[in-house]
Design a protein around this ligand. Structure first.
Ligand code: NAD
Length: 252
């Protein structure tokens, strides 16, 4: 019951890694506000998990959305202790072909949103005497993928912004760490990968662990970083990637 009496805001909490985080956070005693575009899935998860889960229709790229959400969360559950900035979208396109709106949307959802959420939530964490921020970056923020221009830029931004948060707020007793998943079996990845015959097998061959991660495996590390067990960690960039970023790429 690591999270008894604690409240988290989880963006993108209705699917994949976010939903796995929500399930275990609630099972370990916490309360959650899910910020989601997909309110149908959020409503279904809240109905399943009970009254310690609330949800709101929020586009995390909307700069104005977070302050009211944070206030509402604090009113409903008595305060905010943890922010899991996890919502994200993929994006593909080589630089000369990249549509500018597509670039901006990818940066807005994956990077700007993390700033908007932290800006609104940090005063609430301070009001509780401290708290934890976990940001979902990506192995694609530590190294680059062919053609994932805006996504790679955004996720690298999340990693360094998280370090900045960590040093700026360490003395407020607020910790900030980022996690860097490799390929994970969630709709974000598999909806594209499984359309191309053989691509999943090729990807699994490249990952040293030989498989995609399960969302629960990524959530477990995010939960650790959100918990008091990680009280000594701030500013860290934690790969959860089956060895992907440890590999030079040398063929086996
Ligand atoms: P997912 O698609 O299962 O879940 C993402 C959730 O975010 C969805 O429920 C979606 O509705 C929500 N969302 C998207 N845009 C939003 C917006 N503008 N406002 C509010 N909610 C929004 O994907 P996932 O794999 O669980 O992704 C979670 C995070 O993990 C993302 O930041 C993603 O970039 C990152 N990540 C995923 C992988 C992977 O292989 N799946 C790898 C590395 C990093």
């Amino acid at each position: 019951m690591r999270f008894a009496g604690k409240t988290a805001i989880v963006t993108g909490g209705a699917s994949g890694i976010g939903a796995a985080f929500v399930r275990r956070f609630v099972a370990e005693g916490g309360s959650v506000m899910i910020a989601e575009l997909d309110v149908e899935r959020a409503a279904a998860l809240a109905a399943e998990l009970g009254e310690r889960v609330a949800y709101e229709l929020v586009d995390v790229a909307d700069a104005e959305a977070f302050a009211p959400l944070a206030d509402k969360t604090a009113r409903r559950f008595g305060g905010i202790d943890i922010l899991f900035n996890n919502a994200g979208i993929g994006n593909f396109g080589l630089t000369p072909d990249m549509d500018i709106e597509q670039w901006r949307r990818c940066i807005a959802v994956n990077l700007d949103a993390v700033f908007y959420a932290c800006r609104a939530v940090i005063p609430h964490l301070k009001a509780r005497g401290g708290g934890a921020i976990v940001n979902t970056a990506s192995a694609s923020g530590m190294a680059a993928d062919y053609g994932f221009t805006a996504y790679n830029a955004a996720k690298a931004g999340v990693i360094n912004y998280t370090r900045c948060l960590a040093i700026d707020h360490a003395r407020d007793n607020i910790r900030a760490n980022s996690i860097c998943p490799g390929p994970v079996d969630t709709p974000l990845l598999t909806s594209g990968v499984d359309e191309i015959e053989g691509l999943r097998a090729e990807w699994e061959r490249i990952v040293p662990a030989g498989r995609f991660a399960r969302p629960e495996e990524i959530a477990a590390v995010a939960l650790f970083l959100a918990s008091d067990d990680a009280s000594g960690m701030t500013g860290a960039t934690v790969p959860v990637d089956g060895g992907l970023t440890a590999h030079t790429g040398q063929p086996d």
